[in-house]
Design a protein around this ligand. Structure first.
Ligand code: PMP
Length: 345
């Protein structure tokens, strides 16, 4: 008799259900218990697999997508990778407009996953015709039958996390989570997860992480869009120069800003101390934890869940390159680490 072969239908079976991992070393000296929701365990190595799959399957259910349809998106890289991956399995074409701030690794990866990529200048206004928003919109307008994912303004971005990330964290913590710390870019992750958690327990504190050079924190506090807050910064995927409707500001209790330098150092430190090879914004998220701890946000009983959005391999030419760190002024002769690479002749 033939035995069953235990194989998955395709890679998309692995989207979501990422592990919650206790942080032991990096959290030493802080009051409370700290857990990382490690989104790099998704098959596309970031939290964006969740929204790509959810939004594409919803468009299929609504009859919008047909075999061979074109999917268009603006993306700092991760969403594009996830859309490209889902498109391969489901038979769609993928066209992406990315910011020139995105790492070369990310852009090359999109091409490797079969996507067509437009690289657009990073430091122009969102309504400039060269911005990645404008470029994606005009490709969509000029391509009949295309679908524009529009993650910054798509309620389904929030819904993807409301349906998956939120329930997973609630279950993994047995309802004992007291704080969620998450970076905000489109805001989909923090908003959807928070909406679900607050419905279970309105006392869960939702702490957002923003970048210096972004408008989100000030908008949350004053309801004012202040263009003076905007200037170029290094960290990719978080903070924004516009107000995304995929952010539900009501469910976020507080925002904090972290510097590019602190985020970069903390990411390197997480990798070296916890053995979890994390991306730049994971460093930002844990740096925010430290700053909130300084403000006495946590007690010994706090159960703090920190979202680590993606994998360190995407940043080899950035935060994990000493040359890049030095170019940013982050590594000086005093704090440079001795190279651990030796060439055997
Ligand atoms: N970190 C990284 C690396 C990202 O790519 C993103 C998405 N832009 C985020 C954090 C923020 O997630 P969200 O867009 O759901 O707010």
């Amino acid at each position: 008799m033939k035995k069953d072969i235990h194989a998955h239908e395709n890679i998309l079976d692995f989207v979501g259900n990422t592990p919650l991992i206790k942080l032991k070393k990096i959290s030493q000296g802080l009051k409370g218990n700290f857990y990382a929701k490690v989104e790099a365990f998704n098959p596309g190595h970031s939290s964006k697999d969740r929204i790509a799959l959810h939004i594409i399957e919803e468009a299929e259910r609504r009859g919008i997508l047909k075999p061979g349809s074109i999917i268009v998106e603006t993306t700092s890289g991760n969403t594009g990778f996830s859309i490209a991956m889902v498109s391969i399995i489901k038979g769609y074409k993928c066209i992406l407009a990315v910011s020139s701030k995105s790492s070369k690794d990310k852009i090359d990866m999109l091409q490797a996953m079969g996507a067509k990529v437009y690289v657009c200048p990073a430091n122009v206004a969102a309504d400039d015709p060269r911005s990645y928003y404008s470029v994606a919109q005009s490709i969509h307008n000029e391509t009949p039958g295309s679908v524009y994912i529009n993650q910054y303004f798509n309620e389904l971005n929030i819904d993807a996390h409301y349906q998956t990330t939120g329930p997973e964290i609630w279950e993994q913590t047995n309802g004992q989570i007291t704080h969620l710390v998450a970076c905000s870019g489109t805001g989909g992750t923090i908003s959807g997860t928070a909406r679900f958690l607050k419905e279970q327990n309105p006392n869960v504190r939702i702490l957002g992480v923003d970048a210096y050079g972004s408008v989100l924190k000030k908008f949350h506090e004053t309801n004012e869009f202040d263009a003076n807050e905007i200037y170029p910064y290094r960290v990719e995927g978080m903070g924004k120069n516009l107000i995304p409707t995929a952010t539900d500001f009501k469910v976020i209790d507080e925002f904090i800003k972290v510097t590019d330098e602190d985020a970069a150092y903390t990411a390197r430190e997480i990798s070296k101390t916890e053995g979890i090879f994390v991306g730049y914004t994971s460093g930002a998220a844990f740096q925010a934890v430290r700053q909130f701890a300084n403000e006495e946000e946590f007690t010994e009983d706090s159960n703090v869940v920190v979202i680590f959005p993606d994998h360190g391999s995407r940043y080899m030419s950035k935060i994990y390159s000493d040359d890049w760190m030095r170019e940013q002024g982050f590594l000086t002769n005093e704090n440079v680490t001795e190279s651990q690479i030796q060439y055997v002749e």
